[in-house]
Design a protein around this ligand. Structure first.
Ligand code: ADP
Ligand code: 5GP
Length: 226
């Protein structure tokens, strides 16, 4: 039985397509941290595990944090139409495999993407663009951004310098996003994203089950003895 078939008429996800939640920011502003928190808080949110040609950082798990692969395999997936979007970021290739995303949103789950502005733009322009909610995170200051990159303790000085140099270009895309948050306080930022998602899920067009509910109310109304 498919997961769609298992849903009841009372399940608001029964005939809804999930949201594509795009989270972008300059490196170090807090995407991975917030993404982990949001998924822990709401396990119904699926995470789009990206493919990348960059080597794993200490502690990163293949298939969980990224699908780590060589350039040949990455290019073969692109040529085969298996990437929803892909881009070169900091000299490495990154992409979002299409299959798991389509399966998740068809079953009514929301999918979270940690992608750069190029990925966000491609997903918005794809046939799934109607389902996109895009959120951009700004750091409170450039000094704090650098401090966070250092505090993460996973990149060399050269990599940190490169990411700082490229941060301005990522930040220049802030106005292309639906929502822009300054990630000064993690708890506050997480609460703001949760509020955004609650609102976006309540949009009329995203609640197809309401039609049935209103029909039921009408039937009840007509059956009333007045
Ligand atoms: P990104 O995924 O955007 O590159 P990370 O989520 O890895 O960024 O965050 C970089 C570092 O900054 C991590 O060590 C994280 O714990 C820290 N961090 C993220 N948000 C905040 C915040 N609001 N206040 C303090 N530290 C933060
Ligand atoms: P990192 O190497 O720090 O994990 O990620 C570097 C940058 O690549 C971040 O801006 C991140 O959002 C972006 N990124 C990660 N996965 C993808 C992806 O699948 N597609 C695109 N376009 N960017 C990605």
């Amino acid at each position: 039985m498919s997961s769609n078939a298992q849903k009841t008429a009372h399940d608001p996800r029964a005939d809804r397509r999930g949201l594509l939640i795009i989270l972008s920011s300059p490196s170090g502003a807090g995407k991975s941290t917030l993404s982990r928190r949001l998924r822990a808080e709401d396990p119904t949110i699926a995470f789009s595990v990206s493919a990348t040609t960059r080597p794993p950082r200490p502690g990163e798990v293949d298939g969980k944090d990224y699908h780590f692969m060589d350039v040949e395999r990455f290019r073969a997936m692109v040529a085969d139409g298996q990437m929803l979007e892909h881009a070169e970021v900091f000299g490495n290739l990154y992409g979002s495999p299409r299959g798991p995303v389509e399966a998740a949103i068809d079953s009514g789950s929301d999918v979270l993407f940690d992608v750069d502005w190029q990925g966000g733009q491609q997903i918005k322009e794809s046939p799934l663009g109607q389902q996109v909610v895009s959120i951009f995170l700004l750091p409170p200051s450039m000094a704090e951004l650098e401090a966070r990159l250092r505090a993460r303790g996973q990149d060399s000085d050269a990599v940190i310098a490169d990411r700082m140099r490229k941060s301005q270009s990522e930040i220049s895309h802030w106005a292309e996003y639906d929502y822009v948050l300054i990630n000064a306080d993690l708890d506050k930022c997480e609460a703001q994203i949760t509020a955004i998602l609650e609102g976006e899920r309540l949009r009329r067009a995203r609640q197809p089950h309401l039609m049935r509910h209103v029909q039921k109310l009408n039937t009840e109304f007509e059956g009333m003895n007045r």
